[in-house]
Design a protein around this ligand. Structure first.
Ligand code: MLT
Ligand code: MN
Ligand code: ZN
Length: 303
């Protein structure tokens, strides 16, 4: 399986358009050792031809241009994106669907709660019926195996996460299983396995088995501390309140990931207020010592 990180940033990207925090200002000025990141999205393929786009970010147009396998090449109108799978209905994961309107009928895999949000509060699916049209394929977040027929050679299992539906969703303060999912993706030929959960808000017992099977754990890197936004004077929201488990502290991501010694560990969906964006930060050194990588746009893996 080929895995390509299209965007390693959280909502807003890095730098964020209206942010003058230490890190956004620092990367703009070239004053810190950091690289810009577009918004959260990866793509996976077994054959290198037919790709499943996992999350469709507002930056999708530039992300496609930056990754040749997704560009058109075989016909006047063409794409390497065979299907789209969404892990939630957040704006940074769903807005890119609108950009895909010029393409062929869209094969879209989501849970039922995500399909509902994208048909009501943010009605992208009914809107697209007037453009490319959408074939919706329901995902059940109970760990059962499913395939994406448009991109053979991969099997998928989805697990409900304790995270957060978007602010516009009626589920924001009334969580339902399937508002957010983590995915175990297996290459059926090589046996290589990726666990992908950019919105991992809590380590729950039912996640242990799928995470223990994975060769790579690519998980939520939004915040270093619960108070990152407050620390940077960038807002009042806490990471946990937004459904994101911070890296530091007791019960944090670093401590939790230590339970999976075999896997390569990668953080993704890094918010622009997170000090780990600075390659020379004390926080980055702590991650290095724990064997945890911080994803960058363009990161490629083969499993
Ligand atoms: C999140 O991951 O919490 C959201 O993407 C935040 C946002 O929409 O800006
Ligand atoms: Mn997000
Ligand atoms: Zn910032």
């Amino acid at each position: 399986m080929r895995i390509h990180v299209l965007g390693a940033g959280a909502g807003g990207g890095f730098p964020q358009w209206n942010c003058h925090c230490r890190y956004c200002a620092g990367v703009r000025a070239g004053a810190i050792a950091a690289r810009p990141r577009t918004q959260s999205s990866i793509t996976v393929s077994a054959d290198g031809e037919r790709w499943v786009l996992i999350n469709a970010s507002p930056d999708i147009r530039a992300q496609i241009e930056a990754f040749p396998p997704l560009r058109p090449g075989r016909a006047v109108r063409d794409t390497g994106i065979a299907a789209v799978l969404l892990v939630d209905s957040q704006i940074d994961h769903a807005t890119g669907l609108l950009t895909l309107r010029e393409g062929p009928r869209l094969a879209l895999y989501t849970t039922a709660p995500v399909q509902q949000d994208l048909s009501t509060g943010f009605p992208v699916i009914p809107m697209l019926s007037h453009y490319c049209g959408v074939d919706w394929h329901p995902i059940v977040a109970d760990g059962s195996v499913f395939g994406v027929s448009e991109a053979p050679g991969l099997s998928f299992q989805a697990y409900a996460l304790s995270s957060k539906a978007p602010p516009y969703s009626p589920h924001r303060h009334d969580p339902h299983p399937g508002d957010n999912i983590g995915l175990l993706i297996t290459d059926t030929a090589t046996g290589g396995r990726l666990f992908y959960a950019p919105g991992l808000g809590a380590f729950e017992p039912h996640l242990h088995a799928p995470m223990a099977q994975a060769d790579v754990l690519m998980v939520d890197g939004t915040a270093w501390r619960d108070e990152d936004l407050i620390d940077q004077g960038a807002g009042s929201k806490r990471a946990l309140e937004m459904g994101h488990l911070p890296q530091s502290g007791p019960g944090g991501m670093i401590e939790r990931l230590a339970a999976f010694p075999r896997a390569r560990k990668i953080l993704i969906h890094i918010n622009n207020t997170n000090p780990i964006l600075d390659d020379h930060s004390r926080e980055r050194a702590i991650l290095d010592a724990a064997g945890i990588t911080v994803a960058e746009d363009g990161l490629d893996l083969v499993l």
